[in-house]
Design a binder for this molecule. Structure first.
Ligand SMILES: NC(=O)c1ccc[n+]([C@@H]2O[C@H](COP(=O)([O-])OP(=O)(O)OC[C@H]3O[C@@H](n4cnc5c(N)ncnc54)[C@H](O)[C@@H]3O)[C@@H](O)[C@H]2O)c1
Length: 371
């Protein structure tokens, strides 16, 4: 009997991801990932979930985010280092893997830095579609760094935002965001404080990065009916909302055991009532109850969003033929003879025989050479 073909691993580099987004279009990618996240959140009970594992240092955090359903396992490795931009590095960098549950074989190894910005914006907009007032048109965007264009365009596409008020402690970041949004159908104004930016906003998105217990939004800034999309408070000791803002609102979270430790609600007692967002999607818990209610999406980023993004990426990369086959796993002709791969080929004196031996042991490399 012929053994089944060895499962291949596709590698999607950052340039591959850029190519994929340019070919499909930014809005189509956001829409595809948002739809996949919604479908997966509606399958909440099919997933083996756990809070992420975090290793902290004085400068930041590195986190491992695993999750699985019956078919696929995914993990992301991501960091958060607010001081990185001073070194010319992004605050957030990530990569991840999708593997088959039935064999454990890795099928996709992908960049997830750009993808994290896409999936976070898709998740935020999905939450706001259910939690913000339906007639929301004006959003304040506090923190105008790497994630900000993604959030602005996701809220334009999926929530109907038409006006943006920007504030960042670094005026160059706001100028960069305004320039990148030029011609995107959004009216943009740069403000000189958070209080000025949130004045009159329907939705407030906080995207700041600071490794301190920051208070970006104070109770005096809150107006009836506002929705807060709090993205930057995502780690122990890293917050954005004053506890009074949370206490005056209905708070929605991704995965409660993780958000209790990492979200803005870390400032409140463990019995402070929150609603997991999947319950709103599934129709088992109400979202916004009135036009006057203040709602908060206390986002920290959950592994299921990366599972959805990786699954979507795997499908699109295959459809478009983007990515490379990667020799990630050693393939011995006899899987019980792994050591045999380390032995010099017996017919090494003949160059042709060497090539034949190599292509038997590393078929992916042979396929690439032929291409
Ligand atoms: N919840 C999630 O799923 C998720 C996903 C990705 C990133 N994040 C978090 O979102 C935040 C933003 O990420 P990024 O990649 O855009 O970071 P970034 O470093 O590129 O941008 C952060 C911006 O915040 C500004 N800032 C800092 N303190 C401020 C303050 N007090 N008021 C106004 N602006 C302030 C900085 O000047 C900077 O321009 C980070 O904290 C990151 O950890 C969360």
């Amino acid at each position: 009997m012929t053994p089944p073909a060895f499962p291949t691993t596709t590698y999607l580099s950052a340039p591959d991801l850029v190519q994929l987004v340019r070919r499909l279009g930014f809005s189509a990618c956001l829409a595809g990932i948002a739809e996949r996240i919604e479908q997966d959140f509606l399958r909440w009970h099919e997933f083996d979930k756990s809070p992420r594992l975090a290793c902290h240092s004085a400068e930041g955090v590195i986190e491992l985010m695993p999750i699985a359903d019956a078919q696929r396992f995914a993990f992301k490795v991501v960091n958060g280092h607010p001081g990185n931009t001073r070194l010319g590095l992004p605050t957030v960098m990530a990569f991840g893997v999708l593997a088959d549950m039935d064999t454990g074989a890795p099928r996709l190894l992908s960049e997830l830095t750009i993808t994290t910005a896409l999936r976070t914006a898709a998740m935020s907009a999905l939450a706001a579609q259910h939690l913000a007032r339906r007639n929301s048109r004006h959003m304040a965007l506090i923190g105008n760094g790497a994630q900000s264009e993604f959030q602005a365009l996701a809220f334009r596409d999926r929530v109907g935002i038409r006006t943006l008020s920007l504030f960042d402690t670094d005026p160059a970041a706001s100028a960069k965001l305004a320039a990148n949004l030029h011609g995107q159908g959004l009216q943009v104004r740069i403000c000189s404080s958070t209080a000025e930016a949130v004045q009159g906003a329907d939705i407030v998105t906080t995207l700041t990065a600071d490794k301190t217990r920051a208070t970006i939004i104070t109770p005096d800034m809150v107006q009836p009916g506002m929705h807060f999309n709090a993205v930057g408070g995502d780690c122990p000791g890293k917050t954005e909302l004053h506890p009074g803002v949370l206490q005056a609102a209905q708070v929605f979270v991704e995965f409660e055991p993780q958000t209790r430790v990492e979200g803005d609600i870390q400032q409140l007692p463990a019995d402070f009532a929150v609603t997991e967002f999947w319950r709103v999607l599934a129709g088992v818990a109400p979202g916004r109850r009135s036009a006057q209610q203040v709602t908060v999406f206390d986002s920290v980023g959950f592994a299921l969003e990366d599972f959805s993004a990786l699954s979507w990426l795997a499908d699109k990369a295959a459809e478009l033929g983007i990515g490379q086959v990667l020799d990630l796993i050693a393939q011995a002709p006899d899987p019980k003879n792994l050591f045999g791969l380390l032995q010099p080929p017996r017919l090494a004196v003949v160059a042709g025989a060497r090539a034949a031996a190599s292509s038997a042991e590393f078929p992916a490399a042979a396929r690439r050479q032929k291409a």
